[in-house]
Ligand binder design. Structure first.
Ligand code: NAD
Length: 347
């Protein structure tokens, strides 16, 4: 039993699919106490309040946060709802704010969000939690061991569209490249059908990335991305990996019973193993790493917001590249909101 059992209080806002995943993992963690809940949907709020037995609950995040003044604020709203919740979390004195990908809907919004959290010394965590999958870890371990030689290329593809999938791809590929900073991005996109989706996106986008260590990144997301025939589940058709001077290693995200796993070719031969994306497996260690970072500043969360911001800039830079017709240098400054600008220029 931990010395600080139940010592950190948590408010969770946005109690849809992902909010409930988070609330479940918080409720199971011996060092965390679920102290407040928030959703604008009364039915979802009441169901969650009954499930977790939490007193403080309401439709206004700022009010719940002021009543609880938690150590940790977690919000899992759709991408359109970010900056006001960051502001409410900072105002409440939370020490750590964890939220869902993608970071924001525009660079302007992300700049303001991180200006607020950095100025207040609030730690941030963004939910790129697929990395806790055993097959993802295996690929990272093979690459880090040097078994594929010097990494020169990292890549990630997903059939799922950009605002759902792109930053997942960049985050894990960047992990395989030791999170070297991206220097520039060149992108292309097509199709306007998905701009009206809640995860507003071009139907397809691709990006080439130059990292400061000379490694090239290649990313594709949406309807024209390559199929992953080994996986029989649309959202899980993702292939993310690295090529080196001596071989390659890659993960196929996968779903239980629908394929997935990892494979590598190294000078010792061809290797492979099973694996699939599983929230029940991936959420507890993701939440535990929040506790670890609160306990010890040196135990920085692997999904910390600064890394997520870097990956988010690749996605935003790719859209700007389509609009500006050229290579876009990172980091980005303020500019025309990328989704609007892209929608305007696509035929
Ligand atoms: N990390 C992952 O693996 C993963 C997987 C799926 C979705 N996501 C991301 O999670 C986020 C949420 O997705 P979801 O599928 O859980 O959505 P959802 O629609 O199931 O849930 C969102 C909830 O937020 C509530 N909400 C909206 N505005 C609010 C506000 N101002 N205050 C409080 N609550 C509010 C809604 O009523 C709803 O219950 C998205 O950004 C999505 O991209 C991440």
């Amino acid at each position: 039993m931990s010395a600080h059992q139940k010592s950190y209080s948590v408010v969770v806002a946005g109690l849809g699919k992902r909010g409930i995943h988070h609330a479940d993992a918080v409720a199971q963690n011996p060092c965390l106490r679920l102290a407040g809940l928030c959703d604008i949907d009364a039915g979802r709020l009441e169901a969650a309040r009954a499930k977790y037995g939490v007193d403080q609950a309401g439709p206004e995040a700022a009010a719940v946060l002021q009543a609880v003044r938690p150590d940790v604020f977690i919000f899992c709203t759709l991408p359109q709802v970010r900056l006001p919740l960051i502001q409410a979390g900072v105002n409440s004195g939370a020490r750590l704010i964890a939220f869902e990908k993608p970071v924001a809907v525009s660079t302007n919004e992300a700049i303001e969000m991180f200006r607020l959290t950095r100025a207040a010394g609030v730690k941030t965590v963004v939910s790129h939690q697929h990395r806790y999958g055993d097959h993802y870890r295996k690929v990272a371990e093979i690459i880090a061991s040097g078994a594929i030689g010097r990494v020169h290329t990292v890549y990630g593809t997903a059939i799922g569209w950009m605002m759902h999938m792109f930053t997942h791809l960049v985050d894990y590929a960047s992990w395989f490249n030791n999170y070297a900073s991206p220097e520039w991005v060149a992108g292309q996109a097509s199709g306007k059908g998905k701009f009206t989706d809640a995860h507003s996106s071009p139907d397809y986008i691709c990006a080439l990335v130059q990292y400061v260590n000379g490694v090239r990144g290649i990313f594709e997301s949406g309807e024209n991305a390559p199929d992953v025939p080994e996986v029989d589940s649309m959202w899980h058709k993702c292939r993310i990996g690295a090529q080196g001077t001596e071989g390659f290693a890659e993960v196929l995200t996968g779903k239980e019973g629908k394929g997935g796993g990892w494979r590598a070719v190294t000078p010792k031969g061809a290797h492979s193993g099973p694996g699939f994306m599983d929230y029940a497996h991936d959420m507890p260690p993701y939440i535990q790493d929040i506790v670890n970072w609160l306990d010890d500043d040196a135990k920085v969360h692997p999904c910390n917001g600064e890394r997520a911001y870097q990956g988010f800039e690749v996605m935003m830079g790719a859209m700007r590249s389509v609009v500006q017709r050229g290579r876009v240098a990172l980091p980005l400054g303020e500019g025309e909101p990328e989704l609007d600008a892209l929608q305007r220029v696509l035929p």
